[in-house]
Design a protein around this ligand. Structure first.
Ligand code: HEM
Length: 535
């Protein structure tokens, strides 16, 4: 913003005004009305009271009053940056996942690092897990790897997560400590939860006080699955390996840094990127199959366990570069919504009960935090690939959809359709898991028998009423093919009904009956007690 000559801006009383002109745009209200005076509210006389009529004042204060949204229930304090992921090689033999289909393919990325327990205004160098959440804007949708800088977790089942977090965050009566593990509730819970012992070792290690986000590893923690074009599934653990190596501070340093600069990690990331020193991580994969998984003496679905790297080496398959700071902290870092359920074709979940619970939790909390089911339309969350679906309306819908068809199946030849070839399918599982199916059983396949039973339960007058109602409703349908389609179904219900409706609609050539998965049963008696007494 160009600041005008200060002297020229002085008003008659010597007060300093800043007015628009030249390159300096005119201040407006949120509905675009140019503002003449932003210094004083509109009053009756110089000493008031302030008038309700002051729309600029009310617009400004109203918006200010609503600036805060709930902070994240965990990982409230964080720092985000933009960048890209670049594949070193094609992994097409292992997965159809879009970022891995050719060497050199670049995928836009957004990453948010965070502490877990501290509130939004807490300090950076708490002894805590660090979140390492990566959003990849792939050609087949957003893929979020919502990980941490520690490869295991405190608990084995998501049902214990609220207890863990209640115990770790500030105590409910006193509201402190805000961001550290040094308190009774935390250790009370931990000492009553033996499954946390492995994670506790990591938390008490130097990894929990990293020197900066740039010197941290990241882990997807859970076993996920990669799936290739033949439907073959391979288990995978995701790793992010910092190119700068790993460094931590010691506790005495952490305590001093927190006092001197609570924003130490934020500032470090910002400074590095703005100075052109873009931090990089390599993506590493630990790949193993089901029979290999069965050979371990622990369960690979248990997130309190690692897969030892000396047994399954980490294969480095690409690099993540963070080279652009955000334009606006709130719009991007605060509103970004990572969801473990955001996966793409070629990636799939395992049955890890912690992961399964997370898949419910993130979307649920983000509806609360961001206030609208349309948060995927916020620029930082919006997929970069084409999107076509029939979701509509709701608070803060930004897209203006065109066209008539907002459902499927439809015969308008409008709108998207499923694609069994390229679409995400979770049908294929490993031999040791029960099948996941998206199907209706054979026992659900008869759609006409009870419709017929209802029809024949009606008195002759009532049947006439039904035929008349269908004639009336269908005569309002403008497209003849829709009327004929209905007649093809009515023939499967009862030929008398089909004939009566066809006659009423003036249809001479009766269409063939609709193909039926199961023929209509004509041996069923009329449904009891369905006929009503007519006046
Ligand atoms: C947020 C990682 C377990 C619920 C986050 C974030 C990360 C993360 C990195 C911050 C995302 C961001 O920067 O916006 C993990 C890891 C876990 C784990 C690695 C275990 C392996 C869980 C579990 C639950 C859970 C078990 C609940 C059942 C949440 C919620 C948020 C969150 C509600 C806030 C999301 C938001 O408001 O946007 N988690 N988490 N997490 N996590 Fe987890």
């Amino acid at each position: 913003v160009k600041i005008h000559d200060q002297e020229a801006l002085r008003g008659p009383g010597g007060e300093l005004h800043q007015t628009a002109g030249g390159d300096t745009p005119v201040l407006t209200t949120s509905h675009g009305m140019p503002v003449a005076d932003d210094q004083s509210s509109l009053k009756i006389g110089p000493r008031g009271p302030t008038l309700m009529e002051d729309v600029h004042f009310r617009d400004k204060i109203f918006h200010f009053d609503h600036e805060r949204i709930p902070e994240r229930v965990v990982h409230a304090r964080g720092m985000g940056a933009h960048g890209f992921f670049e594949a070193y090689e094609s992994l097409a033999d292992i997965t159809t996942a879009d970022p891995f289909q050719e060497a050199g393919r670049r995928t836009e990325a957004f990453v948010r690092f965070s502490t877990v327990a501290g509130n939004k205004g807490s300090f950076d160098l708490a002894r805590d897990v660090r979140g390492f959440a990566v959003k990849l804007y792939t050609g087949a949708g957003n893929w979020d790897i919502v990980g941490n800088n520690i490869p295991v977790f405190f608990i084995q089942d998501a049902i214990k997560f609220p207890d863990l977090i209640h115990a770790a965050k500030q105590e409910p009566d006193r509201g402190f400590p805000q961001a550290q593990t040094a308190h009774d509730n935390f250790w009370d819970f931990i000492s009553l939860t033996p499954e946390s012992m492995h994670m506790v070792m990591w938390i008490m290690s130097d990894r929990a006080i990293p020197r900066s986000f740039r010197f941290m590893e990241g882990f997807g923690v859970h076993s996920f699955r990669l799936v290739n074009a033949d439907g073959k599934s391979t288990f995978v653990k995701f790793h992010w390996k910092p190119k700068l190596g790993m460094q931590s501070v010691v506790w005495n340093e952490a305590v001093k840094i927190n006092g001197a600069d609570p924003d130490f990690h934020r500032r470090d990331l910002w400074d590095a990127i703005t100075k052109g020193d873009a931090p990089e991580w390599e993506l590493g994969l630990q790949l193993f199959d089901e029979s290999f998984a069965q050979a371990f003496d622990f369960d690979i679905l248990d997130s309190t366990k690692i897969i030892p790297e000396e047994i399954v080496p980490v294969r480095r398959v690409g690099r993540l570069v963070l080279d652009r700071v955000v334009d606006n902290f709130f719009a991007e870092t605060e509103q970004v919504a990572f969801c473990t359920q955001n996966i793409i074709p070629g990636v799939d979940f395992s049955n890890d009960p912690l992961l399964q619970g997370r898949n419910f939790s993130y979307l649920d909390t983000q509806l609360k935090r961001l206030g609208s089911p349309n948060f995927n339309e916020i620029p930082v969350n919006r997929p970069r690939c084409p999107m076509h679906h029939f979701q509509q309306d709701g608070h803060m819908r930004m897209d203006v959809r065109k066209g008539r068809a907002n459902y499927e199946p439809n015969s308008w030849k409008e709108g998207p359709r499923e694609d069994p070839k390229t679409g995400f399918s979770s049908l294929r599982v490993t031999e040791h898991e029960p099948d996941k199916l998206r199907m209706r059983p054979e026992s659900f396949a008869d759609h006409y028998s009870q419709a017929r039973q209802f029809y024949i339960s009606q008195t002759p007058e009532e049947r006439t009423h039904m035929a008349n109602a269908l004639v009336f409703e269908l005569s309002k349908v403008e497209r003849p093919d829709i009327r004929l389609r209905m007649l093809s179904h009515l023939q499967n219900v009862h030929e008398d009904l089909a004939d009566a409706v066809a006659a009423g609609l003036g249809v001479r050539d009766m269409p063939d009956p609709a193909p039926a998965a199961k023929p209509t049963r004509t041996d069923l008696p009329p449904s009891p007690a369905l006929s009503i007494v007519l006046n």
